[in-house]
Design a binder for this molecule. Structure first.
Ligand code: BGC
Length: 755
C-alpha cells in the first residue's frame, strides 16, 4: 500500500512513471552453481562453463602473500597476508583463496599480520605417537577452525612424507615411518580441517624425504617400492581425508621434477587413484609451463618461480640464471592459445580447483573473522600432547613422581619459559602470553626463520603447581658446576633436553645439539634419580641411557605442552604414546649413514638412492635383523596390559580379534599393534592394524582389526595392481614392532586388486 501511494504521488508530480523511470538493475538471479543440492562436480562444471580463458588463468596462478625478501614490493591486492593467495573472480562470485601454513597451527610468517598469534599443536610426530585417529581429527578441526576465523579458506596442512631418514629436518611435520599410521593420522587431521570449510592439502607429494638439496635432489626408487611406502601413505591419507588439494614437492622423482611428473600426477594420482581435487605446487617448485600438461593444476607463490627471484633463496648468482617470469603467467596463456597445452586442459585445471572449493564449502560457508577461544584450543593441543608423550624408560618405577619427592631440580631446556617448537613455514607464533625466541644464527632470507620459539607453557611452572609440597629449584644448565650441585641437592632431577630443527635443513647426526649429552651424563652421575624429558624433532641417540632413571620423549609439545609433561611426570596422565618411528642406536644402522647431498655446492644435482624400497624404518631393521635403541611402536605405561584370545580369519583379507585387559593398578590406554610377520613362510614385517584402547584397572575389551588388503599385497608393476598371493599369512599382536605377544595364522585366497 505504501509503495502504491508513493507511486501515485510520483505520477501527480512528474507525469507518467513509464515516461521517466530509470531502468532498474535486474534482480540478481540465483546462479545455478549455487544450488547446494547439486554435487560439487556438477556445480564446478556449471561454473567453469561461464569462465573466460583469462578467468581460468587467474585461478591457476597463486602468489606469495608476504612482502618479504625479494618480494618486499608489496602484497598482492586482496591478500590478508600469509604464504599464499589466489585472486577471486568477483564477476562470478568466486572467492579468493587465502592460503595459510600449516599442519601445526596457523602460521604468521615474518609477522605479516602484526601480532597475530595462534594455538600450536604438538608436532605431528606427537600426534602420530598417540596412535589415535580421533586426536588427529580434533587437532585438525581446531586449527581448521582457527584458520576460518582468521579469514583463511585453505590450510597448507597435511604432511604425509614418510620418515625415511631420522635426520630429516621436517619429520616433525610428518606422521612417522609407517604408511598405515602416517596415512591414517594425516588423513584424519585433513578431515578435521576440511569439516571447518577450509581446504586442506596432502603434502609434499612425493618422496620429499630429506631437506638437504630438496630443490635439486633426485629420489630414485622403484615403482613397487614407492607404491608400497610413501605413495601408499598418501593414498591412505587421501582416501580418509579427501583433501581438496595435493601439494607436489620440490624434489625430482626418478629423474623428473615432482610438479612436472606426469607419472606421479597423471598416472598415479589422477588415473589410478581417481583423485578429483587439484594439484598445487610447492612454493618455487615450478620450472616449466609443460607442468600444466603433466598434471599440475595450480602454480603457488608464482613470484618464486622466476629463476632470478629464486636465486635470493638458493644462493645462486642471479646473473647466471635466465630472466623470465612464472610459467603459469604469460607462458601458460601463450601455450593454451597456441594449443600446445589444450584449452580443455586449462578448463580441467580450473574445474578441479572449483570442485574442491565447492566440496569443502568455500562458496557456501565463507570464513568469518571472529574471536578465537585460545584457552579452549590450548586444551585440544594439550590432549594431543598427553596422548603422544612416550615413556621410554622407567627404572624402578621412578615415575610417576610422588609427594615423597621434597626436593625437585628442574634443569635446562628453557623449561622456565616454555616448550620448544620447530622452525620453517609451519612455525606458529604462539598464543598464551609472551614467549621467548632464541636466535639460532644463520644468514640469508631463511635467517629470519632461524629462531627457536618456545611456546609459553612452562614445564617449570606446571611442575611447581603439581608438587605444592616440594621445593622446586631451577638451573638453566649452562654451567656443569651449578647444574650438578642442584642435582645433588635434589631427591629427583628432571632435565629438559632440546633439539631444534627447521624446514630447509637436516640434522647432521643423531646427537643432541649443544653438547647436552655431556650435561645429562654429568647430572646422572650426580644423581641417578634423573628423569630426562626430550623435546626433539627427531630420534636422538642417548649415550647416558643406562645411567638415568627415566626418559620421556615429549617431541615439540605445543600450547599446553608444559602442563601435559607435568601431568605425565606426576601420574595425572598415564603415558600412552608409542614411537611412530624407530630410534636407531646410531645412524650407521640406517640405509644411508652418510647424508646424501651433504656439503655439495648449492644446486648441484645428486641422487638419493632409496634402494631399500618399501623397507622403511622398522621394516628395514627387521630385514637386516638389527636391534634399534627403541623400536617403532614402543612405549611404556604406569599400568600393564595383557592380550589373549586371538582369532585370525582369512579369505579375502585378514581379520584379527583379541582381548586386551588392564592388569595393573591405574587407568590407561593400550596401543595393541597387529603386524604381518610372514607370508607363505617368508618372514617380513608390516603394520596391518592398530587400536587405542582406554581401560580402567581390571577392565577387558575385545578388539577386532581388519587389514586394508593393500597392506597384505605387493604392488605388481607388470600386472599394474596389488597382488595378494594365495597362502598362509602369519600375524602377531604386539606391544611394538619388536615385541610380539600373540601369534596366529590364516589363509588368504589370493587376488589382483586395482591399483
Ligand atoms: C614449504 C611448504 C609450505 C610453503 C608455503 C614451502 O617452502 O615446503 O610446506 O606450505 O612453503 O609456505
Amino acid at each position: 500500500m505504501r509503495f502504491a501511494l508513493i507511486a501515485a504521488a510520483a505520477v501527480l508530480c512528474t507525469g507518467p512513471a513509464w515516461a521517466k523511470a530509470k531502468p532498474q538493475p535486474p534482480a540478481p538471479q540465483p546462479v545455478p552453481w549455487m544450488n547446494v543440492a547439486l554435487s560439487p562436480d556438477d556445480r564446478a562444471a556449471l561454473l567453469v562453463q561461464q569462465m573466460t580463458e583469462d578467468e581460468k588463468l587467474t585461478l591457476v596462478r597463486g602468489y606469495f602473500g608476504v612482502p618479504a625478501g625479494p618480494f618486499a614490493a608489496g602484497m598482492p591486492k586482496g591478500a590478508i597476508g600469509s604464504a599464499g593467495f589466489v585472486p577471486g573472480i568477483p564477476r562470478l562470485g568466486v572467492p579468493a583463496l587465502q592460503e595459510s601454513d600449516a599442519s601445526l597451527g596457523i602460521a604468521n610468517p615474518f609477522n605479516v599480520r602484526p601480532g597475530d598469534v595462534a594455538t600450536a599443536l604438538p608436532s605431528s610426530l606427537a600426534t602420530a605417537a598417540s596412535f589415535d585417529p580421533t586426536v588427529a581429527y580434533a587437532g585438525g578441526a581446531m586449527i581448521g577452525q582457527e584458520a576460518w576465523r582468521k579469514g583463511f579458506n585453505v590450510l597448507l596442512a597435511g604432511g604425509v612424507d614418510l620418515a625415511r631418514d631420522p635426520r630429516n629436518g621436517r619429520n616433525f611435520e610428518y606422521a612417522g615411518e609407517d604408511p598405515l599410521l602416517a596415512g591414517t593420522i594425516a588423513g584424519e587431521a585433513i578431515r578435521g580441517i576440511q569439516d571447518q570449510h577450509v581446504i586442506s592439502t596432502a603434502k609434499h607429494f612425493a618422496l620429499n624425504d630429506q631437506e638437504t638439496g630438496r630443490g635439486i635432489l633426485n629420489a630414485a626408487i622403484d615403482e613397487a617400492g614407492m607404491r608400497e611406502s610413501d605413495l601408499l601413505a598418501f593414498e591412505v591419507a587421501i582416501g580418509k581425508g579427501h583433501p581438496g588439494s595435493v601439494m607436489c614437492s620440490y624434489n625430482r622423482l626418478n629423474g623428473v621434477y615432482a610438479c612436472g611428473n606426469a607419472h606421479l600426477l597423471n598416472d598415479v594420482l589422477k588415473t589410478d587413484w581417481h583423485y578429483p581435487g587439484f594439484v598445487m605446487s610447492d612454493w618455487g617448485a615450478v620450472h616449466d609451463v609443460s607442468y600444466a600438461a603433466n598434471g599440475l593444476d595450480q602454480e603457488s607463490g608464482s613470484q618464486l618461480d622466476s629463476p632470478r627471484a629464486m636465486a635470493a633463496l638458493t644462493g645462486a648468482d642471479p646473473a647466471s640464471l635466465p630472466a623470465g617470469g612464472p610459467p603459469f603467467a604469460e607462458p601458460l596463456k601463450a601455450a593454451v592459445d597456441a594449443g600446445t597445452i589444450p584449452p580443455a586442459r586449462l578448463t580441467d585445471m580450473a574445474e578441479r580447483i572449483l570442485r574442491s572449493m565447492f566440496a569443502a564449502g568455500l562458496f557456501d560457508s565463507p570464513p568469518a573473522k571472529s574471536d578465537i577461544d585460545y584457552k579452549a584450543d590450548a586444551a585440544v593441543a594439550r590432549t594431543a600432547e598427553e596422548e603422544g608423550i612416550v615413556l621410554l624408560k622407567n627404572a624402578g618405577n621412578l615415575l610417576p613422581l610422588t609427594a615423597a619427592a621434597k626436593h625437585i631440580a628442574v634443569i635446562g631446556g628453557h623449561a622456565d619459559a616454555g616448550v620448544l617448537s620447530g622452525g620453517g613455514s609451519s612455525q606458529v607464533i604462539p598464543a598464551g602470553g609472551p614467549f621467548i625466541q632464541v636466535p639460532m644464527g644463520g644468514e640469508g632470507m631463511m635467517a629470519a626463520f632461524h629462531n627457536a620459539i618456545f611456546d609459553p607453557s612452562s614445564p617449570l611452572k606446571a611442575i611447581r603447581a603439581a608438587a605444592p609440597g616440594a621445593e622446586v629449584r631451577y638451573d638453566d644448565g649452562r654451567y656443569l658446576s651449578t647444574a650438578t650441585a642442584t642435582a645433588k641437592w635434589a631427591d629427583v632431577v628432571i632435565v629438559f633436553a632440546t633439539q631444534w630443527l627447521t624446514e630447509g635443513e637436516d640434522a647432521p647426526d643423531l646427537t643432541l645439539p649443544d653438547m647436552q649429552d655431556v650435561l645429562i651424563a654429568a647430572i646422572a652421575k650426580a644423581n641417578p634419580h634423573t628423569v630426562v624429558v626430550l623435546e626433539t624433532g627427531n630420534p636422538v641417540t642417548m649415550p647416558w641411557l643406562d645411567n638415568v632413571g627415566a626418559v620421556l620423549e615429549a617431541w615439540y609439545p605445543g600450547s599446553g605442552g608444559g602442563e601435559a609433561i607435568a601431568g605425565v611426570l606426576f601420574g595425572a596422565t598415564d603415558p600412552s604414546g608409542h614411537l611412530p618411528l624407530t630410534f636407531p642406536q646410531s645412524i650407521d644402522q640406517n640405509p644411508r649413514p652418510k647424508m646424501p647431498g651433504a656439503n655439495l655446492p648449492p644446486m648441484t644435482p645428486f641422487d638419493v638412492d632409496y634402494s631399500e624400497g618399501a623397507d622403511v624404518g622398522y621394516r628395514w631393521f627387521a630385514k637386516e635383523d638389527i636391534a634399534p635403541l627403541f623400536p617403532f611402536g614402543f612405549g611404556l605405561s604406569y599400568t600393564s596390559f595383557d592380550y589373549a584370545n586371538l582369532t585370525v580369519t582369512g579369505g579375502q583379507t585378514l581379520t584379527v580379534g583379541f582381548d586386551v585387559t588392564n592388569t595393573g593398578g591405574a587407568a590407561g590406554a593400550a596401543v595393541p599393534q597387529v603386524y604381518l610377520t610372514a607370508r607363505g613362510g617368508q618372514e617380513l614385517e608390516r603394520l596391518i592394524g592398530f587400536a587405542r584402547v582406554t581401560l580402567k584397572p581390571g577392565e577387558t575389551q575385545h578388539v577386532s582389526v581388519t587389514a586394508d588388503p593393500r597392506l597384505l599385497a605387493d604392488f605388481d608393476t607388470a600386472a599394474h595392481g596389488w597382488r595378494i598371493a594365495p597362502g598362509a599369512y602369519d600375524v602377531a599382536v604386539s606391544r611394538s614392532a619388536a615385541t610380539p605377544v600373540l601369534t596366529g595364522s590364516a589363509t588368504l585366497d589370493g587376488a589382483l586388486l586395482q591399483p
